[in-house]
Design a protein around this ligand. Structure first.
Ligand code: GLU
Ligand code: ZN
Length: 467
């Protein structure tokens, strides 16, 4: 049996997750789900200065909201845990020691100033700056002397000249040259691990065998492959997806219309809107249908990931938001609207009300508007007032009588008004709706009248008639 596919999302908790990161998480989740594999969440928090526990908490809240559950992660640890890198330092020591013992890594005593001077000299000669190899072949005595000067060494990985080739899942065959990479730091002088190292080692230790990530990490990949090879650890297959750019083509920014996942949630977007939008951003999905996550997984394929930059388009997001509202089960619709409601919706009328207003919801605030129309007080808005101003005044006494006689049976009411006044079509329905709901458009009167009730409808008719 082939190994199960294991993917991961490995965010650094240095800020809120934006759409680009969320898309990376989603693609990895879909890839695992499509293959019946596992999805792991690893928090890359070794940068103590920039990492914050509250960012880690927030990103888990965001992932949960999107529905991207993880099989293992900080709160669901297992044999391969812990899943906070800051809690894994003892594991890394072992691998550092192994590389040093094998001569694959060595202490480098160069100071930042010395390295900077070397880079400047290389640039002046028109060479690409890379570590000049000063500490590559130090004797034990040299090391002792440099350490005695109070220099805290970094640990460098020794990169031999030659080709490093791999097949990228998205971008096809890639080749790099060792001599262009130069020996690189895998542990800083303060003892903290470098990103390349822990990211690669943890993928191997956690059994991760597929990695989809942003193309900004493509150049890290040859280094990571070298580390894993030197340690005799299995490397995942990497696929580098195009970066998400802002609406105007530049980097993602708020100005370009892009928000963090938290902000999108707070702005009232539904998770299905975000996932359906992102699943089509830089990934060719044949169908234009709104899918649940399992449906998206069924339609997900790595070979349909695009190399072209993906541009954030707020209109597309709104399109999926509209679709998501129309498709939402009533209980989800309620969970979405409830926090923004100040007008009470009687629990026994909740479903009827939701079903009536669903086609007319765009924003979360629309819920409160329709709750007020049905269960609170409303004055005609501008559009309704315009309709009322043009209405035939004969309508109102007839409507009053019809309502008193037929109650909330909208069909019987309109029939009676029609019979009495001779008005029909738009001349009849539009002003009647405007008077009873205070709105010129929206759900059918037939759906709203039973929710509004006879007394309130009568009062609204009388208000129009009297005024
Ligand atoms: N912590 C890294 C980041 O957020 C992970 C990169 C990767 O997916 O390998 O950029
Ligand atoms: Zn050095």
């Amino acid at each position: 049996m082939p190994d199960p596919i294991i993917t991961r999302f490995a965010p650094s908790p240095t800020g809120p997750i934006h759409l680009g990161n969320a898309r990376t998480a989603l693609f990895n989740w879909l890839l695992a789900r499509a293959a019946g594999g596992r999805f792991v969440l690893r928090v890359e928090d070794t940068d103590a200065e920039r990492s914050r526990p509250e960012h880690a908490e927030a990103l888990m809240t965001d992932l949960r909201w999107l529905g991207l559950a993880w099989d293992a992660g900080p709160d669901r640890s297992d044999i391969a845990g812990p899943y906070h890198q800051s809690q894994r330092l003892p594991y890394y020591s072992e691998y550092y020691a192994r590389l040093e013992a094998d001569g694959r890594a060595y202490p480098c005593y160069c100071t930042p100033e010395e390295l900077e001077a070397a880079r400047r000299a290389q640039r002046a000669r028109g060479e690409a700056p890379r570590y000049p190899g000063r500490c590559r072949n130090l004797s034990a005595a040299d090391r002792e002397r440099l350490a005695a000067e109070g220099r805290e060494p970094t640990l460098r990985f020794r990169v031999e000249a030659g080709e490093i080739a791999f097949g990228d899942l998205v971008r096809g065959p890639q080749t790099f040259r060792g001599e262009e990479i130069g020996d690189f730091i895998i542990r800083r002088s303060d003892g903290t691990p470098a990103f390349f190292f822990v990211n690669a080692v943890d993928d191997a230790l956690m059994g991760v065998n597929r990695v989809l990530r942003g193309e900004d990490h493509l150049a890290n990949t040859p280094r990571q492959l070298l580390i894993l090879e030197a340690l005799g650890l299995e490397a995942p297959l990497y696929g580098h997806i195009s970066l998400l750019t802002g609406f105007e083509g530049g980097p993602l920014s708020k100005r370009g219309g892009s928000l963090s996942v938290t902000e999108l949630r707070e702005a009232g977007y539904l998770p299905a809107a975000v996932t359906n939008y992102l699943a089509r951003l830089g990934h060719h999905l044949e169908s234009g249908e709104l899918f649940g996550l399992d449906g998206l997984a069924e339609h997900f394929a790595v070979d349909r990931l695009s190399r072209a930059p993906a541009r954030f388009d707020p209109e597309q997001l709104d399109h999926w938001h509209h679709e998501a509202i129309q498709a939402a089960p009533l209980d989800e619709l309620w969970d979405w609207l409830a926090p923004a409601l100040t007008t009470e919706v009687p629990p026994e009328r909740r479903e009827e009300w939701l079903a009536a207003v669903q086609p007319n919801l765009e924003r979360v605030a629309d819920g409160e508007d329709w709750a007020r129309v049905c269960f609170g007080e409303v004055a005609p808005d501008d559009a309704a007032a315009e309709v009322l101003a043009q209405a035939d005044p004969a309508l109102w006494p007839a409507a009053e009588r019809a309502l008193a006689e037929h109650g909330t049976d909208a069909k019987a009411v309109t029939e009676a008004v029609k019979a009495e006044t001779g008005l029909k079509g738009k001349q009849l329905f539009k002003p009647l709706r405007a008077a009873v709901t205070g709105r010129a458009s929206g759900p059918e009167l037939g759906a709203l009248l039973p929710l509004i009730g006879t007394d309130k409808a009568l009062a609204r008719i009388r208000a129009v008639k009297g005024g």
